[in-house]
Design a protein. Structure first.
Length: 218
């Protein structure tokens, strides 16, 4: 298949849609929509963001979101297998690494010598241990199968109410907690951080589900 970004771009242009219009419909910022079409994955805070936004964008354009997400996962796996030094050194510079090696060694010797000099001349500074925590955000993506009413409460503050029609896709993001209430539990597909969720209930059933962020140490 064609590249992910080109597939998205061609589908959008075929439907003569502007990024501003798609951003309002999907609640995905224009910056991230452009990053998806440019395949600029570094523009996203984490892979879960890229994956969730990619699925929502693909669903909105009536594309095979599962196939595009799988292509993204393959790319990320292939990138992870490439040694970091190979990714950081431009291709044109790799052929010159032998000539640069003596200069690098000389610089390292100077750094080591300077380090030993400072070590014996200056008292050791106090060591301060800092513990940081990564905040894993909550990204909830929804695709309506049938007409469905939704009520979203984000971080117990912001509340969104909307009537989604079949084919509509939305994405909501929260820092701490996210609650969704639907009036047609069997008429909507949900994903949390890129992972599909079990149906909230049957068709016509009113259902509520609350998601809370899990903290992970860095």
């Amino acid at each position: 298949m064609e590249s992910i970004g080109l597939t998205l771009q061609q589908a959008r242009r075929k439907r003569k849609l502007k990024l501003e219009t798609i951003s309002k419909k999907t609640k995905i910022s224009i910056r991230y929509l452009k990053a998806l079409e440019a395949e600029d994955w570094d523009a996203f805070p984490a892979p879960t963001y890229a994956q969730a936004f990619l699925r929502s964008y693909a669903n909105f354009l009536n594309l095979d979101s599962d196939e595009l997400v799988q292509e993204y996962k393959k790319y990320m796996e292939a990138t992870a297998e490439v040694p970091a030094t190979k990714r950081l050194i431009p291709k044109g510079m790799r052929t010159k690494k032998i000539a640069i090696l003596p200069v690098v060694i000389s610089i390292m010797v100077l750094i080591i010598w300077g380090g030993w000099f400072l070590f014996f001349r200056s008292p050791s500074p106090p060591i301060v241990k800092v513990t940081e925590e990564k905040k894993t955000p909550l990204i909830l993506s929804a695709t309506a199968i049938e007409e469905v009413w939704v009520n979203i409460t984000i971080d117990e503050k912001e509340e969104v109410q909307e009537l989604l029609r079949a084919g509509d896709s939305r994405t909501w993001e929260a820092e701490e907690s996210l609650e969704i209430k639907v009036g047609n539990a069997g008429g909507i597909d949900l994903e949390l951080n890129g992972e599909p969720l079990e149906p909230l209930g049957e068709r016509g059933q009113v259902a509520t589900r609350t998601f809370v962020r899990k903290e992970t140490g860095k």
